[in-house]
Every structure is written in C-alpha cells, then in structure tokens.
Write a protein that binds this ligand. Structure first.
Ligand SMILES: [Ca+2]
Ligand SMILES: [Ca+2]
Length: 168
C-alpha cells in the first residue's frame, strides 16, 4: 500500500511531538543514535530528548474503524521504545466511545527493540470485536527522556485480512 495514502488516516494534536522521520534519522542530543525501521522506510518518532520540557503526553491517533464484521482482530506494529526511568511510559490505547475514555491494550515501561532492529508487537483486539467505532492511539508520556519510534501499523482479521491502518 502506498505510504502517502495512509498518512491522512493518522491525526495528532498540534502540540504533539510525533513526527514523520526518514530512515536512518538521528535522534540527536545526547541520545544521538540513527534509527532504522524494520523495512528501512520512514517512521513516526516522538523524541523527548530534544525538548527538555516538563512532563507532557504526545498522542498519535487513528480515525475510527469498524470491527463489527470481525470474528477476530489484532493490531500489529514495529517499534523501538527507549525507556529511561520513572517519568516515561509508552501506551497503546483503544477507545470505543469517541475518545471519551481510553483502555490500555499495552504498556511499555522498559526498552523494547533496538535502534536498528525495531521489534514487532502483536496485540489482540478481540475484546473490541463488534464495536463500530474503534479508535487507536499511541500515548507517550515523558519528561526529558528518550523516545518512541513506530512503523508499519496494521489491524488484521483472521478470515479476511485487510489493512485498515498503516503508519507509512
Ligand atoms: Ca515506514
Ligand atoms: Ca519509564
């Protein structure tokens, strides 16, 4: 699927730190490592190392998806999360009520993957089967920490695999 066609499906508040970065992008600062996604393509990155501000949450969200016709669904993505300490947390969250409330489907409080070896995460969405308005978001809460890089997001069903979301 064309990467550029997918970008409009993702939205984020204007203050979000999530930015589309090219392959081999260097995180800069004292972190200063080059990141390479699993397929060596561009990826989304939120990088708190460069901000040096107070605690904040950076949100990368996706528009509604309809899971009413699914009998089984799972979320897959590739990522590198570099954890520092107590202030940073990376969460994958789902809302079924238009963003009024969010449920954690995955919480990372330890480093996952490596700068040039993104790791695959596969998360069951079966508890949201039958829901017409399923929203996903990536929530990175941090102070002055490291960051989180994400690529190749997809939601698939077992009987009829379709790609309904893709970070480019
Ligand atoms: Ca990519
Ligand atoms: Ca942490």
């Amino acid at each position: 699927m064309d990467e550029h066609e997918q970008q409009h499906r993702w939205n984020q508040p204007s203050a979000s730190g999530w930015t589309l970065r090219p392959n081999n992008y260097n995180t800069g600062g004292t972190w200063s490592v080059a990141l390479s996604s699993n397929d060596a393509s561009q990826f989304y990155l939120t990088n708190s190392m460069l901000r040096k501000r107070g605690l904040r949450s950076d949100l990368l969200g996706q528009s509604f998806q309809d899971l009413t016709s699914y009998s089984d669904a799972s979320l897959s993505f590739w990522h590198y999360y570099r954890d520092l300490g107590t202030t940073d947390t990376a969460r994958v969250q789902v809302s079924t009520n238009g963003g009024a409330s969010w449920t954690d489907v995955q919480v990372y409080s330890a480093t996952a993957g490596l700068p040039t070896t993104f790791t695959n995460a596969n998360i069951s969405l079966n508890s949201f089967i039958g829901q017409a308005n399923v929203q996903l978001r990536y929530r990175y809460r941090s102070g002055w920490d490291y960051g989180w890089a994400i690529d190749n997001v997809s939601v698939t069903g077992t009987t009829d695999p379709i790609r309904i979301a893709g970070v480019p």
